[in-house]
Design a protein around this ligand. Structure first.
Ligand code: NAP
Ligand code: MG
Length: 495
């Protein structure tokens, strides 16, 4: 596959077949590092296409849900094997992914490989569900059968489109659902190419893919009467809207929304080069565009200067530029809107007199200043708690660093947020860290690390408060795509 130079066009995929959108419409996707470079054209799906895709999924559902969990697990494992088989194709898709998205090649490769791993995991959690739960009461025997829900609508954002699909697509399939996937308009090419491959390995109608503008296809999908589960990852505002639309049909939903994760660096934290390296990726991986990146850092006052010096040195070594180059460890942001969110927060901090340090190396100044969506890593030292970079989700390469005095104060500061996605505690004392972790209002707490590099996908993932409702991944991730169906009879009949 030659993806480097040609402008590729991706189709929608319905009932086993790739085809252009009804009416043949497409829209353009440009390189975020060089916004005048056209990378590809994605199909502009219509509401008629959405309806056809949902109906294809509905039609495929009886046969797919009629398989045992073990039979589906075997098919999902086969998908994982096939996805890993063609290394040359993987490399080509990884490069195209950097060009359409901006993130560095190392991360696009991780993302493309991780989806196969998630198929393996979902297969394992799924096959255990062939066994009904058996409840023997005084008067009744009850079997709790996990029944596939039906058609699931899966909506993903642009930041890690395939990794995030890996948290819901294989789980929905393992549970016996047929799906319609809507990738984000901002990153649709490689997600589509990859999903088409997956869809083609499964019976027609099991996986259907629609790209295009959310304003045309969003509500027709999530509001469709035949959709029985919605699994949405994205912003709080769109999440609220999705919940309202879902209310029409009482469609159950999972919402994975934003985060403003706190990292707490305790007085007994081990602060060596390896720790600062993990911290760097926890904060600045994908240029900070990770829902559970560390977005607020609270440091015990006795270690504050040491953390700032060590972390600044690490950030100064950041190389910001074209993600295709091996030397680059920070690409551009994905889009102009997201760049503005972050640069506005940095400007507000500066305007209010905060100590803002922009760090990092820029090997190609012409590229950096050439209109691409670049922002070097920025640290806001001793940030005032009222600043927007502290209170809101920056979703970009800016980090406020603040001091605290006691463990109780650190916990209160971490919880002083409308979000509750993830958090981290950096300490050499596991008992202390565990005691603190249990008081933090977030769906995940990491020790001495933070974010995707610290996670294996076996536990359930999701947020408290505005960070969402429900969980993806792990056993819960598969159960979330089922309905519990109790089959009950007088004692002695079923068990
Ligand atoms: P977004 O604007 O909310 O979009 C998310 C997805 O929803 C996109 O595919 C978007 O399509 C689609 N959409 C928009 N309106 C819709 C509608 N009416 N019906 C159905 N779908 C609709 O979010 P984003 O800017 O892409 O992503 C960044 C946000 O996602 C951040 O807040 C980040 O924290 C959050 N996020 C959360 C997690 C998590 O697991 N908690 C993971 C990653 C990201 P278009 O792109 O075509 O508009
Ligand atoms: Mg913030």
């Amino acid at each position: 596959m030659e993806l480097q130079s040609e402008v590729i066009t991706t189709d929608i995929f319905i009932n086993g077949e790739a085809r252009p959108a009804t009416g043949g419409g497409t829209y353009d996707i440009f390189n975020p590092a060089r916004p005048s470079e056209l990378v590809g054209k994605a199909a502009s799906g219509t509401k008629e296409d959405v309806d056809e895709a949902v109906r294809a999924a509905h039609a495929a559902f009886p046969a797919w849900s009629g398989l045992s969990y073990a039979e589906r697990a075997a098919m999902l494992r086969n998908v994982a094997t096939e996805l890993a088989a063609d290394q040359a194709d993987l490399t080509a898709r990884s490069q195209l992914f950097t060009r359409e998205h901006g993130k560095i090649a190392q991360e696009t490769m991780i993302e493309l490989s991780r989806i196969g791993e998630r198929f393996e995991q979902a297969a394992t959690f799924g096959e255990a569900l062939d066994e009904d739960e058996r409840i023997q009461g005084a008067r009744f025997d009850t079997l709790v059968h996990r029944q596939p829900a039906g058609v699931a609508a899966l909506v993903v954002p642009w930041n890690w489109p395939l990794a995030i699909l890996g948290c819901k697509l294989p789980q929905a399939l393992a549970a016996g659902n047929c799906v319609v996937v809507k990738p984000s308009a901002n990153s649709a090419l490689v997600p589509s190419l990859t999903l088409h491959r997956i869809a083609a390995m499964l019976p027609p109608g099991v996986v259907n893919i629609i790209t295009g503008s959310a304003s045309r296809i969003g509500d027709p999908l999530i509001g469709h009467l035949l959709v029985r589960k919605i699994n949405f990852t994205g912003s709080v505002d769109v999440g609220r809207h999705v919940m309202k639309v879902a209310a029409q049909n009482i469609t159950p939903l999972v919402l994975e929304l934003g985060g403003n994760d706190a990292g707490i660096i305790c007085q007994d934290a081990q602060l060596d080069d390896a720790a600062f390296e993990r911290m760097y990726w926890a904060v600045f991986g994908s240029s900070g565009q990770i829902c559970y990146a560390m977005k607020r850092m609270y440091v015990h006052e006795s270690r504050y200067d040491e953390v700032v010096d060590g972390f600044l040195a690490k950030c100064d070594a950041a190389v910001v530029g074209d993600g295709l180059l091996a030397e680059t460890n920070m690409g551009p942001l994905n889009n102009a809107k997201q760049l503005k969110v972050v640069t506005d927060m940095i400007a507000q901090a500066r305007a209010q007199g905060a100590d803002v340090r922009e760090c990092g190396q820029v090997p190609d100044e012409e590229l950096y200043n050439g209109g691409g969506y670049f922002q070097k890593p920025a640290l806001v030292l001793n940030a005032d708690p009222s600043l927007s970079v502290v209170r809101e989700e920056q979703f970009g390469p800016a980090l406020p660093i603040m001091k605290y005095k006691t463990d109780e104060e650190a916990i209160a500061l971490a919880n002083d947020s409308e979000f509750g996605l993830a958090s981290s505690i950096w300490s050499e004392d596991t008992d202390r860290a565990l005691g603190m972790a249990r008081k933090i209002e977030s769906g995940y707490t990491f020790f001495n690390d933070h974010g995707p590099r610290a996670q294996d996908g076996l536990g359930p993932f999701g947020g408290f408060k505005l960070s969402g409702i429900g969980r993806n991944m792990g056993r819960d991730g598969v159960l979330g795509f089922t309905e519990a169906h109790c089959i009950s009879a007088p004692s002695g009949k079923l068990i």
